[in-house]
Design a protein around this ligand. Structure first.
Ligand SMILES: NC(=O)c1ccc[n+]([C@@H]2O[C@H](COP(=O)([O-])OP(=O)(O)OC[C@H]3O[C@@H](n4cnc5c(N)ncnc54)[C@H](OP(=O)(O)O)[C@@H]3O)[C@@H](O)[C@H]2O)c1
Length: 279
């Protein structure tokens, strides 16, 4: 037996990957907790994904994050899948078992809820319906989390209505689909409003939906975090709503993976946020 214990390795696989903040995020935690491990960015083309995933456990990797465009394909390649990841249809966190089997989970919904609970402690999804703009991967994770947290009704509007109808078929009667052109109407009486579209992101058009019927008691959040203060958040704040930016979701979704790989539950702190924002 070797006298040298293996140094645990983890990382993030995407294509491209240079923009990812995950190495800075996990690197900060490794340093903070004095863990002898490494977290690296890996740019992997679609055709190489399977071979890379099968090889990583043999190279000392304990797991990895998966990002665009591999979230669906990596789920299909996994040997064991959490119920949550199966429902969402995508994975962002893989754990490698010692025998090489790949376990796939999805922590975006956890990150979404943890971010709201931290920043708006009085927020309660169960109080009233939620309105979700968009029906892509982020929406699926958030809708699953809202339903699991007891939200009585989730209203969804998406530019491509058919995509929202697919969610209705999968998530059931608590989901109500609105036309994209009617999105302003679905905000009546909600406790939560979420933008999961890429509108509002640097380089994309702003999200322009009137907030006239949105209650000022609603908590409003945006998955987009570049810029941190999107037009939606600025307009909601003007109405007196509590607003929560999407950067905290990114930080919180990383917690379960780090804990599984390195055996330490990490904390999301103001220092961490500043550090990762400055990258
Ligand atoms: N904060 C975080 O931790 C976090 C986590 C995950 C994702 N995100 C962000 O969330 C956003 C969505 O990510 P995703 O993975 O869900 O992407 P996705 O699966 O590609 O979905 C994109 C969504 O945006 C909508 N959309 C795109 N362009 C539009 C336009 N011009 N007008 C109206 N709707 C438009 C799409 O509608 P159609 O169906 O009609 O195309 C779809 O609903 C991205 O900005 C991503 O960076 C943030």
């Amino acid at each position: 037996m070797s006298d040298h214990p293996k140094i645990p390795l983890a990382g993030v696989i995407g294509h491209p990957i240079a923009h990812s903040r995950s190495p800075a995020l996990h690197g900060h935690w490794l340093k903070t907790y004095g863990i002898k491990g490494h977290y690296v960015p890996m740019d992997v083309a679609e055709e190489d994904l399977e071979a890379v995933l099968r090889a990583l456990p043999r190279a000392g990797f304990v797991g990895c994050n998966i990002t665009i465009p591999h979230k669906e394909r990596a789920l299909a390649l996994a040997d064991v899948i959490s119920d949550r990841a199966a429902l969402i249809g995508a994975t962002n966190t893989l754990v490698f078992h010692p025998d090489g089997r790949i376990y796939a989970d999805n922590t975006d919904g956890y990150g979404f809820i943890a971010n709201l609970r931290e920043t708006a402690p009085h927020w309660d999804a169960a109080l009233a319906p939620a309105a979700v703009l968009g029906a892509g991967g982020a929406a699926r994770a958030i809708i699953a989390a809202l339903i699991e947290t007891g939200c009585p009704e989730v209203r969804v509007a998406n530019r491509t209505r058919a995509r929202a109808e697919v969610l209705r078929a999968e998530f059931g009667a608590r989901l109500v689909v609105y036309d994209w052109g009617q999105a302003a109407n679905m905000m009546e009486g909600v406790a939560t409003l979420v933008n999961t579209t890429s509108l509002g992101m640097v380089g994309k058009p702003d999200l322009r939906i009137p907030l006239d019927v949105l209650p000022d008691s609603a908590v409003v959040t945006d998955c987009v975090y570049t810029p941190l203060q999107t037009r939606l958040l600025l307009e909601a704040a003007e109405r007196g709503c509590i607003t929560v930016d999407g950067f905290g979701m990114l930080l919180h979704q990383a917690v379960p993976g780090f804990e599984r790989w390195f055996g330490q539950r990490p904390e999301v702190t103001a220092e961490l946020r500043e550090k990762v924002l400055s990258v």
